[in-house]
Design a protein around this ligand. Structure first.
Ligand code: PLP
Length: 394
């Protein structure tokens, strides 16, 4: 009998969103007249911007005309989109070439697939609390995980420790769930550690477009030495509302070499074997995100989400409650008041003011006692939720 990948038996059931759904359903059954204000999920609520819609329509029409029809696309991405994304980095003085950009159907796919490049014996360092995919993809691949807890003391931005020997290092900045963002000096510490130890950083930049503070790095490649130790994984999901449309990109510098193996060349080989590329239509839509008009329109949407954050930040400031995120990120991570546990606070908000958030404990043990609010909901709901939170906790 064939033996399945027994690593799947080691996966822990994720009860987080299941429990949230169960609790809210029960509450609504018992209180049918109540309306919930949902600040829990990390999915976007605004539609794609006009520039993208226009490009998608044009690309659909192309597919109906023999002369403009596209069959298989290059597995690593359309050359024009690779050049466009490289130019997006170059504008910020980051030296990335088009053939260092790999177009993907999103960050989630890549965060797990990229593990193909590394020997099974290499371990993965994951900072807690964490986006759950890092842990689960590493478990499926049979890797040892080193959990590095973070806390209020380091602002949920821990730095490397010399006594920890990590092979792969997952960094996420701006972070989901905490909204915390590493500055250049802190990222330099990680890059120096990786170069000293021969490790590879997998830098998840899914929320880079939310950074408004000019001093903060959008990309690991803004840090000297990163071209020798880092891979960056990014997505248009939150940047441009592509959660249901699906497009992302991965940057692997040609200077990234371990044991005389070039990781860029290895990934070309991997993609040309394991994918047949992303659809022509979607890549055209993605390209429109990077035009001048596209950038303006997606930032108008991002500013609507950021505006949501200001309502809640104002209230938490007034209440004197510790939090991080919000300013350079679509998430706010707050300390639960009066020593409450994450789920206790969840129940309290649900039953007292009908506000739904996400208990921090669901992102790892050290998230206990914290709570995540997502700013991707509607303006009115977020404003009303902030008002109710103030009235409840003042
Ligand atoms: N990385 C982080 C930190 C995320 O929060 C998410 C989605 O919520 C992803 C990656 C996945 O992005 P995608 O939709 O491109 O798969």
């Amino acid at each position: 009998m064939i033996t399945p990948n027994m690593n799947y038996a080691k996966l822990k059931e994720s009860y987080l969103f299941f429990n949230i759904a169960k609790k809210t359903k029960k509450y609504l059954e018992e209180n049918p007249d109540k309306k919930l204000l949902r600040l829990g999920i990390g999915d976007v609520s605004l539609p794609l911007c006009n520039e993208v819609i226009k490009a998608l329509h044009e690309a659909v029409d192309d597919q109906s005309v023999k002369e403009r029809f596209h069959g298989y696309m290059p597995e690593v991405g359309a050359q024009s989109l690779r050049e466009t994304i490289a130019a997006y980095y170059n504008k910020r003085n980051v030296n990335i070439e088009a053939d260092e950009v790999f177009v993907s159907s999103g960050a989630s796919d890549e965060l797990g697939d990229i593990l193909d490049l590394f020997d099974k014996s290499s371990n993965a360092l994951i900072i807690e609390p964490a986006y759950p995919a890092y842990v689960d993809a590493s478990i499926m691949a049979g890797r040892e995980i080193i959990h590095l807890p973070s806390s209020i003391d380091d602002g949920f931005l821990p730095l490397p420790k010399d006594d920890i020997k990590a092979d792969l290092i997952y960094l996420c900045s701006p972070n989901n769930p905490t909204g915390a963002v590493y500055n250049k000096e802190q990222l330099k510490a990680w890059v120096d550690y990786a170069n000293k130890n021969g490790s590879i950083i997998i830098f998840d930049a899914a929320y880079e477009a939310f950074i408004e503070d000019d001093t903060l790095p959008h990309s690991i490649f803004e840090i000297e030495g990163a071209r020798e130790c880092a891979i960056e994984i990014c997505s248009l999901s939150k940047t441009a509302g592509f959660t249901g449309t699906r497009l992302g990109y991965t940057i692997i510098p040609k200077t990234l070499v371990r044991a005389e193996m070039n990781l860029n060349a290895m990934w070309v080989r991997n993609r040309t074997t394991k994918t047949n590329g992303v659809s022509y239509i979607i890549q055209k839509g993605g390209e429109a995100v990077f035009t001048e008009a596209g950038q303006k329109q997606i930032h108008d949407n991002i500013n609507i989400y950021k505006n949501n954050a200001t309502y809640l930040m104002e209230v938490l400031d007034k209440l004197g409650i510790w939090y991080c995120g919000g300013k350079n990120s679509p998430y706010i991570w707050m300390k639960c008041p009066n020593g409450m546990g994450s789920w206790e606070f969840f129940d309290y908000l649900l039953t007292e003011i009908q506000v739904v958030g996400t208990p921090g404990e669901g992102f790892g043990a050290c998230g206990e006692g914290y709570f995540r609010f997502s700013m991707f909901g509607s303006n009115e709901d977020t404003k009303e939720a902030a008002r109710r939170i103030y009235e409840l906790l003042k």
